[in-house]
Design a protein around this ligand. Structure first.
Ligand SMILES: Cc1cc2nc3c(=O)[nH]c(=O)nc-3n(C[C@H](O)[C@H](O)[C@H](O)COP(=O)(O)OP(=O)(O)OC[C@H]3O[C@@H](n4cnc5c(N)ncnc54)[C@H](O)[C@@H]3O)c2cc1C
Length: 219
């Protein structure tokens, strides 16, 4: 797949929580495999940041799920861009994708995310709705279950560390510790490095082969 640089207009910005929003931009022929990320910048400014693609391979726009980080340079600025503003995207980058043979064979896959780390998984699931998946999403509060309705309810576990009486009260790594794992499944881990490191340790301790674990670290 060729890397390309494209200028795209902002189509909309939709807040999904107080601090997290979906930035929708023109696709302009930008090709990618679900699970990959792009690098986004505002023309004539020096900052550029990586964002996993949230939308599907088949959508005619690109969506990114972005958390406004404070203090943070780009994530705050992007939130207030007006529709019609041009941004630059380059890519696609990364290998955090499902192999074609795993998609065809419906290999079980467990997607483990914290916060906006759900982004590549939504793209993979929306692009390949027939896969045999389970999502474990770790957030603090229930309102951070971004687009929960996009996942089959019996395949989605929300792990909330602050809100109680939901699917699971605790961190996503606590869920992994307290539940059996499927040793035949692939485990895709995405989010902050502390979660990813801890999850690898738990999964390997429970007997999962290292080659069944794939990771993408946001920060
Ligand atoms: C491969 C890859 C994919 C990424 N995909 C996404 C994505 O889909 N959505 C997304 O919101 N971010 C994503 N990020 C993080 C993103 O690139 C930026 O780091 C983030 O938006 C902060 O940029 P900033 O300029 O606002 O803050 P900066 O000034 O660059 O950083 C401020 C601080 O915020 C921390 N930080 C970065 N991201 C987060 C976060 N999500 N939550 C809490 N603290 C954070 C950084 O470690 C740093 O200490 C991804 C990063 C990588 C490497």
């Amino acid at each position: 797949m060729e890397n390309n640089k494209t200028q795209s207009k902002v189509l909309s910005i939709k807040n999904v929580t107080e601090s997290t929003y979906i930035l929708r931009i023109e696709r302009n022929g930008f090709e990618f495999k679900a699970g990959q990320y792009l690098v986004l910048s505002i023309p004539d400014e020096r900052k550029a940041r990586e964002y996993s693609i949230y939308s599907a391979e088949t959508d005619d726009f690109i969506e990114l799920l972005i958390k406004e980080v404070t203090p943070g340079e780009l994530s705050q600025e992007l939130k207030y861009l007006k529709p019609g503003t041009k941004v630059q995207i380059s890519g696609p980058f990364g290998f955090f994708i499902l192999k074609d043979e795993d998609i065809q064979q419906k290999k079980p896959v467990v997607f483990v995310a914290t916060g906006t780390g759900i982004s590549p998984f939504r793209s993979i699931i929306r692009s390949n709705p027939d896969i045999n998946y389970k999502v474990l999403l770790g957030v603090r509060y229930k309102n951070e279950a971004y687009n929960k309705e996009d996942y089959e309810s019996n395949r989605f576990v929300l792990c909330t560390s602050r809100d109680k009486d939901l699917d699971f009260n605790g961190r996503v790594t606590d869920y992994l510790k307290q539940n059996n794992i499927n040793k035949d499944a692939l485990y895709y881990l995405c989010g902050n490095s502390a979660m990813v490191d801890e999850a690898i340790e738990i999964l390997e301790e429970k007997g999962l082969a290292a080659e069944n674990i794939k990771t993408e670290i946001f920060f």
